[in-house]
Design a protein around this ligand. Structure first.
Ligand code: ADP
Length: 492
């Protein structure tokens, strides 16, 4: 159960649609979150600084009044007391006025009057500094403002102007509540959250829609390929939305084309095989039927017809053997029985076997080798390939002709050429001679006993050795086949 769920989730994570969905969501969400928190932070800083400068201005004015009314030594001034009350209620805060002896002369809360207050902020303020502290946990702003008096100092030097100086007479310690800022921030945050929610819903919608739209062409490709798979055979699959899908389709169409070629050649091969196998049987039937139909057939005719039937059986046998070799080559394409083989000896053996056949028509079979060659080959397969070439050299030759087999090698390849001075191959036939069942002159070839499979077998075998085969021929003058095979077998 858990495993199944895991596989299902794994599938979802691997899906392009899901990934596009996530990317769009992330790309939308991250900026909106940054914006949300950035705006709130910025607002808080700005609100605090506005509040600070506003309060500071107010208290500077108050400080001047305190000096004017000499409030630090006498706190009975109704005007100042009223002003203090007004300010502390306006800012929902507390004001302490401290004189030069660090004595609290006035506390709007009336708690600390007469007490001494010495703190770092107060000392710094006595040195003329405006100290501001923001306590964001308890939500208040603490300001310590110096109460300064301007004094004119005449240094007694006539040439110089009297110097205007400020002397700190006391300090004001003020706590101002910042609840309003917090309330505004909460309001702002709520609105931003609502906006973010709406944006999220819209984003999810867009991401969902886009992930579908963007992936749709790939699904179209799959559907089109499935149609072909299910048998709706079209020449080409026509999906062209993206360059990428176009590439997939192009590759698929190419594959389809190659499959079609293969399919066609398979069908052609099957029909050729049936035709080739049927021909000798048809002849045998005609021969047998004509014998049966006649009464008192002379023994000579019997003998003649029976010889013909035996020839047809021989031919049928040859076709079947060639076909079996070909099928075996296809089947065992990967199974090469590679070993080090003395190629000179291999060629000698082939020629020894074929010389008696050549001798019947007085054809000379010559072997010319420039060096000893040992190579990594499949002996059985290579023997078959070269035998076919030499056999052809004998078959398609004139009486008293010759077949010359030469062997040479460089550091990479060995080269076998099979040359004859026989019938030659017409120019237009050369490109077809490796096709299965192809014969230049059907009737003549039949007389000679060809099946049209020999060169197909030879070429497959040479290609399996990663070699190449080439032919040069002139009609009426002769033919030369050149086979080039690597000395060391290259396994793919
Ligand atoms: P086959 O069994 O008919 O010989 P192959 O595949 O060996 O079939 O050869 C195909 C055709 O190529 C032959 O029918 C023949 O017409 C031509 N051919 C092959 N080798 C030679 C050659 N050495 N000289 C002339 N024609 C040849």
């Amino acid at each position: 159960m858990i495993e199944k769920l895991g596989i299902k989730f794994g599938k979802i994570f691997r899906s392009l649609k899901f990934r596009i969905f996530c990317i769009i969501l992330l790309v939308g969400f991250i900026p909106s979150m940054i914006l949300h928190y950035g705006i709130l932070q910025n607002y808080e800083q700005r609100a605090i600084s506005v509040k600070t400068s506003e309060v500071q201005t107010q208290f500077k004015i108050l400080a001047n009044h305190l000096i004017t009314y000499n409030y630090l030594t006498d706190t009975t001034s109704d005007v100042i007391n009223a002003e203090l009350e007004q300010l502390s209620s306006l800012y929902d805060g507390r004001v302490l006025i401290v004189d030069q002896n660090f004595n609290v002369v006035k506390d709007t809360y009336g708690i600390s009057e007469g007490k001494t207050i010495i703190s770092e902020e107060v000392i710094r303020s006595f040195q003329g500094e405006n100290v501001v502290n923001y306590d964001d946990k308890n939500l208040y702003l603490e300001l310590v403002t110096p109460i300064e008096e301007g004094v004119t100092q005449d240094l007694g030097l006539t040439a110089q102007e009297p110097v205007q100086e400020s002397v700190v007479r006391g300090v004001m310690v003020t706590s101002v509540a910042t609840n309003s800022i917090q309330t505004n921030m909460e309001l702002l945050s709520d609105r931003a959250s609502i906006l973010q929610m709406i944006m999220s819903i819209v984003l999810i919608g867009i991401a969902w829609g886009l992930s579908y739209v963007l992936v749709a062409p790939f699904e179209k490709v799959t559907a089109a390929i499935s149609e072909v798979k299910d048998g709706f055979y079209t020449e080409r699959v026509p999906v062209r939305d993206y360059l990428e899908t176009e590439h997939i389709i192009e590759a698929f169409n190419e594959l389809l084309g190659r499959m079609k070629v293969l399919d066609d050649s398979r069908q052609e091969f099957v029909s050729n095989v049936s035709h080739e196998l049927k021909t000798p049987i048809t002849s045998m039937k005609v021969l047998a039927d004509s014998l049966i139909a006649q009464e008192n057939v002379p023994v000579e005719l019997y003998e003649e017809f029976m010889t013909d039937i035996a020839d047809e059986i021989e031919r049928e046998n040859k076709i079947i053997n060639d076909l079996l070799s070909l099928v075996k080559l296809d089947k065992t394409a990967g199974e090469m029985n590679i070993e080090s083989v003395d190629i000179n000896a291999l060629l000698e053996r082939i020629l020894k076997r074929l010389r008696p056949i050549a001798k019947l028509r007085d054809i000379d079979v010559i072997f010319a080798s420039t060096r000893e060659v040992v190579a990594e080959v499949d002996e059985v397969k290579l023997t078959l390939a070269i035998s076919n070439l030499v056999e052809n050299g004998i078959k398609y030759n004139n009486d008293h002709g010759y077949v010359k087999v030469s062997l040479d090698a460089d550091h990479q390849f060995f080269i076998i050429s099979v040359e004859d001075n026989g019938l030659g191959i017409p120019q237009e036939s050369i490109e077809h001679i490796y096709e299965r069942f192809y014969r230049v002159d059907k009737s003549h070839s039949r007389e000679i006993g060809g099946t049209g499979l020999g060169l197909a077998i030879t070429r497959s075998t040479i290609l399996m050795h990663r070699g190449s085969i080439k032919v040069e021929s002139e009609e009426g003058a002769g033919t030369t086949f050149t086979v080039k095979v690597p000395l060391t077998y290259i396994a793919k």
